[in-house]
Design a binder for this molecule. Structure first.
Ligand code: FAD
Ligand code: A2P
Length: 269
């Protein structure tokens, strides 16, 4: 083996190399890493990633894989928590650095956990869009559903940009652009700044505004499926709304009309 073909020395356990980093706001960034050859996952799942802690032990946190299952690399979309044990360090990674990635994907936001339907709703706040960044790029999403509605809500417009750019790029994606066609309806809202659409996801579903704005029929258990990812409070409130439309929570072991995952574990939860 010549020097040029010697693979880089992995210094961390389960090390993967950072290939790209992009900062979206002072509290949000995304990054891409090499993909372990053995890693198989379903779009929508999460893995444990992290860095070596000061005590010499791995400091790991759950992260949704934001890239689709077919991608050669893995993408993640991250918060920067001031003084957060992991993200106060992780936010400084650069291409060429290594992170730890435990190749054991898990999670409920997968197609297998939903019964077949006509329309699927992806409902996310904040970094909760990460699993849907994967699922919006997953061919199975468009094979299984005639319509896909991505509702994403953040406090500010700048926090919506990662999702906006991703949705915008899908049209021209050589791999899935044609499948996406006009099946994907994107409904971003900001709650604390003026924007063309405002209000919480829960309010826009309850009032029927989103159905009106997008020219869609209201949700019904016969046709609609949903996947939810946000704070604990958001998940709880949106589940109530989905139940009011007659949808029931499912799981991998028992597929039903909707599934839920926490985007993070809040203080004291
Ligand atoms: P921590 O000590 O873990 O968190 C400190 C506090 O920061 C928390 O108590 C909470 O109040 C707040 N917080 C943590 N994460 C977030 C967040 N994402 N949005 C808003 N507030 C937050 N985080 C991501 O950034 N991207 C992901 O794709 C992602 N996927 C997750 C999937 C699952 C199933 C779970 C349970 C969590 C996920 N998280 C994700 C959260 C992640 O595991 C860490 O909590 C986060 O990276 C912060 O780590 P930390 O060590 O800096 O701070
Ligand atoms: P709002 O600005 O009205 O609180 P956060 O940063 O607090 O996690 O919130 C992210 C986004 O989710 C914000 O737009 C916020 O709206 C919205 N949100 C927070 N809690 C809920 C909830 N319980 N139900 C619906 N939307 C929520």
């Amino acid at each position: 083996m010549s020097a040029a073909t010697v693979p880089p020395v992995k210094t961390l356990p389960d090390a993967q190399t950072v290939t790209a980093v992009r900062h979206w706001t002072d509290a949000l960034f995304s990054f891409r890493v090499s993909r372990p050859q053995s890693l198989r996952f379903k779009s929508g799942q999460f893995v444990m990633i992290g860095l070596m802690g000061d005590n010499g032990k791995p400091l790991l946190r759950a992260y949704s894989i934001a890239s689709p299952a077919w991608d050669e690399e893995l993408e993640f979309y991250s918060i920067k928590v001031p003084d957060g044990p992991l993200t106060s360090k992780l936010q400084h990674i650069q291409p060429g650095d290594e992170i730890i990635l435990r190749p054991k994907p898990v999670g409920t936001l997968v197609h297998d956990a939903l019964l077949p339907g006509k329309r699927v709703w992806f409902l996310a706040t904040g970094t909760g869009i990460a699993p849907f960044a994967s699922l919006m790029r997953e061919p199975e999403t468009y094979e299984k559903f005639d319509e896909v509605v991505m509702m994403h809500t953040c406090r500010t417009v700048a926090e919506l940009e990662y999702g906006r750019e991703l949705v915008e790029s899908l049209k021209d994606d050589p791999l899935i652009g044609e499948m996406v066609g006009d099946k994907l309806k994107y409904y971003p809202t900001a709650t604390r700044e003026p924007f063309h659409h405002t209000g919480r996801i829960t309010e826009n579903l309850r009032s029927g505004k989103v159905f009106e704005d997008l020219g869609l029929t209201p949700m019904s258990p016969g046709t609609d499926r949903a996947m939810v990812c946000g704070s604990l409070a958001f998940n709880k409130d949106v589940m109530e709304v989905l139940e009011s439309f007659g949808l029931r929570e499912g799981a991998n072991s028992e597929p039903r009309e909707y599934v839920v995952e926490k985007a993070f574990v809040g203080d004291g939860v």
